[in-house]
Design a protein around this ligand. Structure first.
Ligand SMILES: [Zn+2]
Length: 382
């Protein structure tokens, strides 16, 4: 089972099946119900947030003979014709590979011909920011005087790369990252559908790993299903994606908060020896401290975090023993490293230095802290 299979299989076919993006779905449905279709739309947002899926539903809906609640009926002859990928009325263009002016000129020639089956000829231009300057100019001419039957849906992950002249011609919709809850709901539906066993913690973890993108979450889900033979558990997800075990992270965090330099360096060493990348370790550790801050400050922390109980009780212990200032300090320091790694020739040393720095008492002067650090390192070195 390839990851595309799952993503394609569960692609929504009408507006009711779309997860999240309520603000966009409502506006588009209203346009259809009131028959106020614009000539150019701009869909912007991170990958996997539903831009292309919604563009396709919209393209079919405005052509459908009997739309149901503004969604394509899927039954009429136009709907059926549109579902054929070779139909001539909904044209998908990947601007990443068709970015030259000739291709846009070709589009300008063909857009003049009326649609074959429906009322509108819809062009969905994906990754539109990849067009060359001259291609943008050619596209702009079409957007300035579009034929009555033409609708353009421009989709992009990098809206800042679009010329202002194009932006001003489009009705813009900003796609949000999806909430974990929304992704969890979809994952559960898919797992139930495919008779795959799972628990709430593993589904929450997969959703978190998707970081707001349905596509990424489904790709992780497929990896896990393949790895676990249809029984997805929290620890199997960790193993399948090669994430760092929360137990190990929890220990490392504990050593940092207690200032046990020897244990810190040994733990980092054993994590990196297993092939983990130092930037990922820093990111995971930063997230751990962030979650620890949530445990420290929120009464219903696990409604947000959804950790298995053994991991949560470790965190509750750590949160109790340490001040919020100390926890937030660690979070701040580790999350700022992400940028610095890019310019560092030795990310591991940079990471270790910062982590060791966290073990020092901030009330001391810089000189005293460096001295303490030196002593600590010397006591560890053979
Ligand atoms: Zn229809």
């Amino acid at each position: 089972m390839s990851y595309l299979a799952l993503y394609r299989k569960y692609r929504p076919t009408n507006f009711n099946e779309v997860i999240g993006q309520k603000h966009i779905v409502t506006s588009l449905k209203n346009q259809i119900l009131n028959d106020q279709i614009s000539h150019a739309y701009l869909f912007t947002g991170t990958r996997g947030t539903g831009k292309t899926s919604i563009a396709k539903i919209f393209a079919r809906a405005i052509n459908c003979e009997h739309p149901i609640d503004a969604s394509p009926c899927g039954e009429c002859s136009t709907c059926k014709a549109m579902l054929n990928p070779n139909n001539l009325d909904i044209i998908e263009i990947d601007a990443a590979s068709n970015n030259r002016v000739d291709e846009i000129r070709d589009l300008r020639e063909k857009v003049k011909y009326p649609p074959v089956n429906g009322r509108y000829k819809v062009y969905i231009v994906d990754e539109v920011h990849m067009l060359t300057d001259s291609a943008f100019n050619a596209l702009l001419k079409t957007l300035e005087e579009p034929p009555k039957h033409a609708v353009f849906i421009l989709a992009t992950t990098e809206v800042q790369k679009l010329p202002a002249t194009i932006l001003s011609r489009c009705l813009r919709f900003d796609f949000k990252l999806l909430e974990n809850d929304e992704i969890e709901g979809l994952l559960k539906r898919i797992f139930d559908d495919s008779i795959i066993k799972y628990d709430n913690e593993s589904v929450a973890l997969i959703a978190r790993l998707g970081e707001g993108s349905v596509r990424d979450a489904l790709s992780v889900a497929e990896m896990c299903v393949a790895y676990t033979n249809k029984n997805v558990t929290y620890s199997s997800v960790i193993e399948a994606v090669g994430a760092i075990d929360k137990k190990v992270l929890s220990n490392l965090a504990k050593y940092i908060l207690k200032g046990e330099v020897n244990a810190i360096l040994n733990t980092i060493n054993s994590i990196l020896e297993k092939g983990k990348v130092v930037s990922q370790l820093a990111k995971d550790l930063a997230n751990y401290f962030r979650d620890l801050a949530v445990v420290k400050t929120c009464e219903n922390a696990n409604e947000i975090l959804k950790y298995p109980t053994d991991i949560l009780s470790d965190m509750e212990g750590l949160a109790k023993e340490n001040s919020i200032t100390k926890i937030l300090n660690a979070f701040k320091c580790l999350s700022s490293l992400d940028n610095e790694f890019r310019y560092s020739t030795n990310p591991r040393s940079l990471f270790e230095l910062n982590v060791l720095n966290l073990t020092l008492d901030n009330s001391l002067s810089l000189e005293e802290r460096v001295k303490t650090l030196e002593d600590k390192i010397n006591s560890v070195l053979p």
